[in-house]
Design a protein around this ligand. Structure first.
Ligand SMILES: Nc1ncnc2c1ncn2[C@@H]1O[C@H](COP(=O)(O)OP(=O)(O)O)[C@@H](O)[C@H]1O
Ligand SMILES: Cc1ncc(COP(=O)(O)OP(=O)(O)O)c(N)n1
Length: 272
């Protein structure tokens, strides 16, 4: 019998369940892996915006990481919202201490609603401390622009951004194209492994704004890596998963629609 893989998310809590820890754990469950969490911050958030943030202390973040790694084998780690300098430093130190593998870094900076989920003063620390630990880093267009100083308007710019971010130390860079309608028909992401570019394209879904797409994608990549897939396969399957989740996004509030993490499973079970 195959044992279930244990996958950890280190991220912020989204009270409305569409992004952050909640999206990650739902994604893990949909991938048949055992989800675990280290909470970095608690946000008061819904489909319309982020209204407050309480950061968790570095000491409590360290204790959560120790509690997991001292007891349970961790097959992959997804990192999301990391808020501030002290948070980043303790996460990096602990992941180095435990020699964590298959780290997927979603360098969350600003929510779709415009709230700063990372203190802008900590952007350089995130790049210096966490990028070199990542097997895959998944910036969206605005995040890739902050990390590189480039303005990104087309696929060539995405490739140049990927090259520059790769030079900062991660194993692979996935520049996500959700914010860039290079091709109005398709949403194209660019994966760079240091030598080759891979282009992941999906039909662009012209729907109301969605919420939690980046969290869902990065958590799916971590789950796939933890299950033993190589990076191109892990990213390709995660892209297919997030596309279905966006196509079937839920209308649960007055604002952006959260992705549907269980659409395929519910369909197969005849529940929808
Ligand atoms: N309207 C859309 N239709 C299809 N795929 C999309 C759409 N918007 C985003 N995506 C995909 O969702 C994933 C997350 O991308 P993005 O929304 O850019 O990240 P973030 O949530 O971090 O801002 C990417 O694979 C991107 O291509
Ligand atoms: C707690 C928390 N973490 C991350 C995000 C950002 O989610 P993401 O999927 O990158 O993008 P949007 O949902 O903002 O489009 C968040 N909102 N909350």
């Amino acid at each position: 019998m195959q044992t279930m893989k244990n996958i950890l998310t280190i991220a912020g809590s989204d009270s409305s369940g569409g992004a952050g820890i909640q999206a990650d754990l739902k994604t893990f469950a949909a991938h048949g892996v055992f989800g675990m969490s280290v909470i970095t911050a608690v946000t008061a958030q819904n489909t319309q915006g982020v209204f407050a943030v309480q950061d968790i202390t570095a000491d409590v973040i360290a204790k959560q990481i120790e509690a997991i790694f001292d007891d349970i084998p961790v097959a992959a780690v997804k990192i999301g919202m990391v808020s501030r300098m002290e948070t980043i430093q303790i996460i990096a130190a602990k992941l180095r201490q435990y020699q964590a593998v298959n780290i997927v870094l979603d360098p969350v900076m600003v929510s779709t609603s415009g709230y700063h989920l990372l203190n802008p003063a900590a952007q350089a620390i995130l790049a210096g401390e966490l990028l070199p630990l990542a097997a895959v880093v998944t910036p969206n267009i605005p995040e890739a622009e902050v990390l590189t100083g480039l303005t990104i308007n087309n696929l060539t710019d995405m490739e140049e951004a990927a090259r520059r971010i790769y030079a900062m130390g991660p194993g692979n860079v996935l520049v996500k194209g959700g914010h860039l309608a290079v091709d109005p028909e398709n949403s194209i992401d660019v994966l760079f492994d240091g030598v080759n570019f891979h282009y992941l394209s999906a039909q662009r879904i012209a729907a109301k704004k969605t919420h939690g797409t980046g969290c869902t994608l990065s958590a799916a990549i971590a789950a796939n890596l933890g299950k033993g897939l190589n990076v191109p396969a892990a990213v390709t399957q995660a892209k297919e998963y997030v596309t279905v989740a966006i196509e079937n996004a839920l209308t649960i509030g007055k604002g952006a629609r959260p992705t549907h993490h269980f659409y395929t499973l519910y369909k197969q079970a005849g529940m929808i």
